[in-house]
Ligand binder design. Sequence first.
Ligand code: ADP
Length: 571
Amino acid sequence: MKIKTKLTYGIGILFAMIVLLGALSLGYINKLNNETQKIYTNNNYSLNYCRNMLLVLDNVHTSKSAFQVFMSNLQKQQKNLTEVNEKETTDRLTFHFEELKNKMNEQNLQKVRSDIYAIMNLNMASIYHKSELAKQTANNALLWIYMTFSTCVFFALAILFRFPHSIIKPIKELTGGIMEIANHNYDKRLNFEPTSEFGEVSTSFNKMAERLNEYRASTLSDIIANKKYIEAIVNSITEPIIGLNNEKEILFINDEALNILNLKRENVIKKSASELSLKNDLLRRLVRELVNPGEKKEPLKIYADNKESYFQANYIPIKIVETGETELHSIGDVILLKNITEFKELDTAKTTFLSTISHELKTPISAIMMSLQLLEDKRVGQLNEEQESLSQSIKDNSERLLNITGELLKVTQVETGKLQLMPKITKPIELIDYAIKATRMLAEKFGCHIEVEYPEKISKLFVDSEKIAWVLTNLLSNAIHYSKENSRIIIGAKQIDDVVELYVQDFGKGIDPRYHQSIFDRYFRVPGTKVQGSGLGLSISKDFIEAHDGTLTVESEVGKGSKFVIRFNVR
Ligand code: ADP
């Protein structure tokens, strides 16, 4: 039933009950009033007349006024004949009074008196009877009024309690249904009476839920299909690949990765990589490198399928723009392991080759240098000017060759892990002096002025002085080579708290910021560099410094010069 109809019925019934109650009360009050009025006019008047007649009866034959009173009351009584037998009794009284008027004696008097008493009794009996009737009416009235009032109260209470409930119930059900839909329970349906106001709402709601269900079913199958497709792609990648969310749970992993990590798919999907890594060294290293991106990432050496393989881990952060947002934010990472075994083998072969060649070249170059020294010895014979210039050229090139072989040997030492440090306590000035002495000839050749900046107090270093002196020499030699002739070069040291800095600053051509990283790579030379060189010096220098847990950095601006700074923590 519609709420409007319920409301109309409820209030209508209540109104009808109130009207009934009012009418009933009025009716009964009216009836009671009539009855009491009747008692008063019909009987009470008669009683009054009778009493007046009795009062004057004894004097009617002596007093004229008494007689008149009697007569007037008798006449009034004759007009007020309301009860059964009252007329006969009054007529009898009139007759006996006539007799008394004619003959005044005690017998006649007695007859009149008894007639008056008879009328009084008649009226008294009637009053009693009517009072009983009024009482009955009052009782009936009370009963009916009580009954109607109770029904009224019952209806009012029923409306009071039932009506808000009947309105709130469907609203509650509707709210609950909407909440269920919000919680993705699209199976929720509402069953309101079709004729009620909510009937239409429930039909629309059910239609919406059904559509959402269909939509979910279709998108779910799409998502599953897409997921399978992506899984197939991930599995078809020949390189090991692992996908993690921001909580470092494994979302996907291909067979290749499972194989090298020695894991089973069912044990890893949706599991925390950090927890799994407690029992898996390789995974632990991958997760550690992912969490600490600054760490130096060495290739992973893995024994799989009875052979030694090398993998380089690439960490790719995955960022997306969420629906309704404008900025990218991270949703996880992908770890891609690149199998570099082949490159590693080639690299090892190259290093071995370089090592052998540089080693083998050193002996003949030394022999050439020795022969040159003998050639320059005047005791062997005087060289003419042209021969002397040729011999100088052979000497310069042999020295360069010796330098290059020396650098190559150092590279192979670093790459094969054969770099051995022999640290001892060293004053920074000793290293600076060594570098200045080693490059004196070169500085003189280019007319460079080397200035030394050195504080009064500085901590000593615990380093392999030969290696650090070599680095400083290399930096100073670069500074001379890449500056104009006759320019200033500063070499110095300073201490800031626990950090000792050694630096070489020139005011030469400077380095484009694009190359500030690459100049420390093997064989890298800034494009357009005319000075001869191998591109190895800075990379070896960086390796030597980092082997001491120090850092080598560059500050440089094109046209203004460069400053290379070595930093050691002396705490
Ligand atoms: P090499 O000097 O043998 O080429 P390095 O590794 O010492 O190799 O240096 C790499 C490159 O960095 C050089 O080729 C040069 O282009 C650049 N470079 C190094 N030092 C300086 C410097 N002081 N000023 C300008 N460029 C420099």
